[in-house]
Write a protein that binds this ligand. Structure first.
Ligand SMILES: Nc1ncnc2c1ncn2[C@@H]1O[C@H](COP(=O)(O)OP(=O)(O)OP(=O)(O)O)[C@@H](O)[C@H]1O
Length: 475
């Protein structure tokens, strides 16, 4: 009979089954599949890193005996760790043996050094290389230090970022918390630090994640009963970058788990980088113990750039995009859009687009037209988070209640109002609104908007809710 990975593993399993508790066998061996056999090395696929470490800690001897029986004294075992959508995102963290299926964005792959740096010393039959598991760092190479222009408004944060990138975990800036208003470059700077660390220390595991996604992963892990996996995953990262930590407000479960992850990383000299739209003192509904951790390192503010910096940012962008624009136009845009770099860039992009689509020359009057529209439009920009907070405050409930599955009338109405305002005042799609407001689908959001419209015209009290909330949103 042909010897295959499956046949070898089947024999191993029957030996193991006879020698361990049935429950343990079911839990730790049934989920494993054999994937490859080359020479005397058998590759088995396990569903998570936690799983793999558990096997190593508890069943390494029996695995060795079973494998030696099948493949002789020189038998080797290779683990293939596949986290199948473990944390429930469309683009999950994938972890693989490096030689195959590399990510399209190679620069974002990082090695995860697992527990025992030199496994041979402890487990002679496990081949080297299995620890070179890969994880995508989710960094955007377009956000780097070279194109993050320095000015008085960001000097401290930028230089602290550079210091952290030179010595991750080795400065007193741990955590480094970058805070500031909307569109001032927090995300850009956070990525730039990560990218620079990857350049300088390719062996380090860097992971960028938004607090929102982190929260979602945590919720999913609880649902799927693999909270330990979740924690473990984050504890082995060298540089953890969490964007928009204010999103954790009011989410006590996520805060708790983050607290433990943070402590572990900090104690082990790993670097934590956080961004937030507020300074720690202004953060609400974040546990005190977490806030005090945030203050351990350095909180560096990004302020609105001054006129000169705004001009440099625009000129740099134009230069990188290969577009020429007269200085007086650039100055005009920089003079009128002051508080948000994203808007600043957006206005210049619109200007270029308008002039090329309509074959119009870029003039001051065209710039004026666009800047005016831009400022008007962006005044209405408000986040779905903010809407949920305003609505739940108005009805004196917390955001979790608003998002919950309950069918209680007043909660359903609050949720529908949040959806209605999110549809009205953000650019988010129905699907995205639904997923952010209690993980509903787009049809639910559509239904909510219709219900709010109907009730506003038939129910006086309800109309008052709509008017009050609109006022609170200051739109
Ligand atoms: N100093 C800078 N130099 C060059 N580009 C910048 C600078 N600051 C911000 N930008 C650009 O402005 C845009 C918005 O920046 P970013 O998304 O990092 O802001 P943010 O503070 O994270 O915003 P939000 O509050 O919405 O999360 C990005 O395109 C970024 O590249």
């Amino acid at each position: 009979m042909e010897v295959t990975a499956q046949s070898v593993w089947k024999n191993c399993l029957s030996f193991i089954k006879d020698n361990i508790q049935p429950q343990a066998y079911k839990t730790w061996f049934e989920p494993i599949t054999a994937v490859k056999l080359t020479d005397n090395a058998l590759s088995i696929q396990v569903p998570s890193k936690f799983f793999y470490e558990w096997l190593e800690e508890h069943y390494v001897k029996i695995l060795k005996v079973a494998l030696n029986k099948e493949l002789g004294d020189r038998a080797k075992l290779v683990y293939v760790i596949k986290m199948e959508n473990t944390y429930g995102n469309k683009q999950p963290f994938t972890e693989k043996i490096p030689s195959s299926n590399r990510s399209a964005v190679k620069s974002q792959d990082v090695d995860i050094p697992l527990k025992n740096k030199n496994p041979e010393l402890k487990n002679p039959f496990i081949i080297p290389g299995i620890r070179n598991v890969k994880i995508e760092s989710q960094l955007n190479p377009n956000y780097n230090f070279e194109n993050f222009l320095e000015g008085d408004s960001n000097r401290l944060a930028r230089n602290a970022g550079l210091a952290v990138a030179n010595k991750p975990g080795g400065t007193s800036f741990n955590p480094l918390l970058i805070f500031g208003g909307v569109g001032l470059g927090k995300t850009h700077l956070a990525h730039a630090i990560g990218i620079d660390i990857k350049d300088k220390y390719p062996e380090k595991t860097v992971l960028y994640i938004s607090a929102e996604k982190f929260t979602q992963q945590y919720i999913d892990s609880v649902k799927k009963n693999n909270r330990n996996d979740f924690i473990h995953f984050y504890q082995i990262i060298d540089v953890l970058i969490i964007d928009d930590v204010q999103f954790l407000s009011g989410k006590t479960g996520t805060q708790d788990v983050f607290f433990h992850i943070f402590n572990h990383l900090h104690q082990n000299g790993k670097q934590v980088i956080l961004t937030s739209d507020k300074a720690p003192v202004d953060m609400q509904d974040i546990e005190q113990r977490l806030l005090s951790r945030f203050k351990w390192g350095l909180s560096a503010e990004l302020q609105s750039p001054d006129f000169e910096t705004r001009v440099s940012i625009l000129k740099n962008k134009l230069y990188r995009d290969g577009v020429e624009m007269p200085d007086d136009i650039v100055d005009y845009v920089a003079k009128h859009i002051k508080t948000n770099v994203r808007e600043l860039e957006g206005a210049i992009i619109s200007l270029i687009a308008q002039s090329s689509f309509n074959k119009k020359e870029i003039t001051i009057s065209l710039a004026k037209e666009i800047v005016e529209k831009f400022v008007k439009n962006t005044k209405r920009e408000v986040s779905i988070d903010y809407i949920q907070k305003v609505v739940s405050d108005y009805f004196q409930m917390d955001v979790d209640t608003l998002q919950s599955k309950t069918r209680k009338r007043h909660i359903v109405q609050a949720r529908q109002l949040a959806m209605f305002f999110a549809k009205k005042y953000t650019k988010a799609s129905l699907a995205s609104i639904g997923s952010q407001i209690g993980k509903r689908d787009h049809a639910t959001v559509l239904h909510a908007c219709k219900t709010v419209d109907n009730l506003s015209s038939t129910d006086k009290q309800f109309r008052k809710y709509v008017e009050d909330i609109a006022k609170k949103l200051a739109l």
